[in-house]
Structures are given as structure tokens and as C-alpha cells.
Ligand binder design. Sequence first.
Ligand code: ADP
Length: 209
Amino acid sequence: MSLSENNLHTEFHRMQDRRTKEILFQQRAHVFWFYGLSGSGKTTIATALEQRLTYQGYKTKILDGDNIRGGLNKDLGFSDEDRLENIRRISEVAKLFYDAGVIVICSFITPKRSLREMARQVVGEEGCTPIFAKASFETCAERDVHGLYAKAKAGEIKNFTGHGSGFEEPQADDPDWILDTDVLSEEEALIDVLKRVHPVIEFESAITL
Ligand code: ADP
């Protein structure tokens, strides 16, 4: 055992557990993990969902590229190793909020099935739902919200997902929800996701402490 492990005194037993927080907040905590290509609509739907739930009185926290890569993970790049560490740290942060009874909405490209699986393992399978924002490479390149597809085409971005760096779609037996933003409008996509989110976060009875 290392010195630091020796000096570690956990305080978990003195902390309020998730169940207590869920009763206080009258909601079921959960991590909704939006993933998909750049421009597939993750941020658009994740922020609309967060806004709607917040106005409905739910306690939520959104985690996305801007608030993570600009701070906690600003030392990480886009190599396979760094993408793994990026998702590992985000999953741990999501778990902290989840354990605090919060509904966490993540929005990250998360291109590999193994990365999505790791996130579910860190949070705990029952507490984490991956949501695939499904739009073709062509649609995303046409939208080119952030001008990245043009830059990638010009060879200015190394390891750009879907162009030199692979994206793995979910397989049929994965538990992932699919949100087809190629077909649905923004409003329709939000309605679809809200319909599926509500049964997961609804508190089951009027239990109080
Ligand atoms: P990402 O976060 O996946 O990189 P963004 O949400 O930033 O993508 O951008 C998606 C773009 O696609 C936005 O300009 C949005 O208006 C547009 N869009 C068109 N249809 C949809 C839809 N059904 N859902 C989400 N975004 C859509």
C-alpha cells in the first residue's frame, strides 16, 4: 500500500446517500449520455432537455465539451489514450453528481462502444443511459456548425472523428436509445427524448424523510 493510500480516510459513511437526496429532491437521479458525430445535435438536444427539466423543477447538471475540455481536461488531446482518459474523468464527475441525486446530461462524441461501456461501468449500468444522436456524416458535414468539417477536409485537423478517426454506431443489442436527428426536427427530437426521460426520473411515490 502506498503512503497516500495509507493516509486515505474515507468519509463516505458520514455522507448523505443518493436515496436520501432522491427523496428530498423527489426525483430519480440518472445520467443521460448523448453521443454522436460533431454536428449531430447532441448539444442542441441536451441543452433543450436541461432547460425543460429545470423549468419543470428538476435538479439537473449538464456536462459538455466546453465546460470539461476547457478546465478539468484541458491537458488532454484527441489521441485514443487521451479520449479514454477524457471519458474516464467525465464519467467519474457524472457519478459524483448522480450520487448527489442530480439528473446529469452529458454531451460528448464518445466515438467507441468501449468508451460508452466504460461510462456505464463507472456510473453503474442502471444509472446511465447512452443516447445516440444519429445523423449521417454527410448531414453533419453539411451543417458544419463549428466549421470543423471544412477544416478536416483541408487536412487541418488530425484525428477528426468520422474522417481519419472511426466512429462506432451502437449495435442492435446495446441498451442505447436512438434519436434520429436526420429525420426528426429539433422540436420532435426533444419531445421524443422527454417522453422517454420522464419515466426514468419520475419519483415513484410521495415518500418523505
Ligand atoms: P453537436 O453538439 O452534436 O456537435 P450541435 O447541437 O452543436 O451538434 O449542432 C447541431 C446542429 O444541427 C444545430 O445547428 C441544429 O440546429 C441542427 N439540427 C437540425 N436538426 C436537428 C435535430 N433534429 N436535433 C438536433 N439538432 C438539429
